[in-house]
Ligand binder design. Structure first.
Ligand code: SF4
Ligand code: SF4
Length: 152
């Protein structure tokens, strides 16, 4: 996540062309994502629809079948240069632990099982992977399938 504002002459700036964060524009500081439970009934499914009605929100299911709400919103601690962290020395652990080798710049999102940007995409996924039993949702099979797999 965003780089420290390196002071000229005091310490060598490690963010040169060889560093993956160089010239990135701190894409990882412009959103946050929160883990949510997989929906098990129609009420929970409806709550996810509500998230998706908001601007800048996407819900995704990662390769481990964990569900997340992703909210596009720039961190208040990103400097006005759009590149440096104003609280670098006390930044949260999630920022410290972020690995440039496995970030959105390398587009690891292609591994996700599903990404929903609107309710229609979520409903297609529901139809493919779940059956409705009363108010409950039951998986059709042990592993979740990508919607595009159903077309082939
Ligand atoms: S971790 Fe990835 S997204 Fe974040 S600044 Fe570095 S290259 Fe950019
Ligand atoms: S605290 Fe700093 S490193 Fe973390 S998201 Fe905000 S600007 Fe980026």
């Amino acid at each position: 996540m965003a780089k420290k504002a390196w002071k000229r002459g005091k310490r060598k700036n490690p963010y040169n062309e060889k560093n993956p964060c160089y010239d990135c524009g701190a894409e990882c500081c412009k959103y946050f994502a929160v883990w949510i439970d997989e929906p098990t009934d129609l009420d929970e499914f409806d709550a996810i629809k509500w998230y998706l009605h908001h601007r800048g929100v996407c819900v995704y299911v990662d390769a481990e079948e964990d569900w997340y709400v992703h909210v596009e919103n720039v961190c208040k601690q990103l400097g006005s240069d759009g590149n440096t962290c104003k609280i670098y020395d006390s930044r949260p652990h999630v920022c410290r632990n972020y690995e440039p080798g496995r970030c959105e710049r390398d587009d690891i999102d292609v591994e996700n099982i599903a990404e929903f940007y609107d309710v229609a995409e979520l409903e297609k996924f529901l139809e493919l992977n779940y059956k409705v039993s009363g108010e409950d949702l039951k998986r059709r099979r042990r592993k979740l399938r990508k919607v595009k797999e159903a077309k082939s």
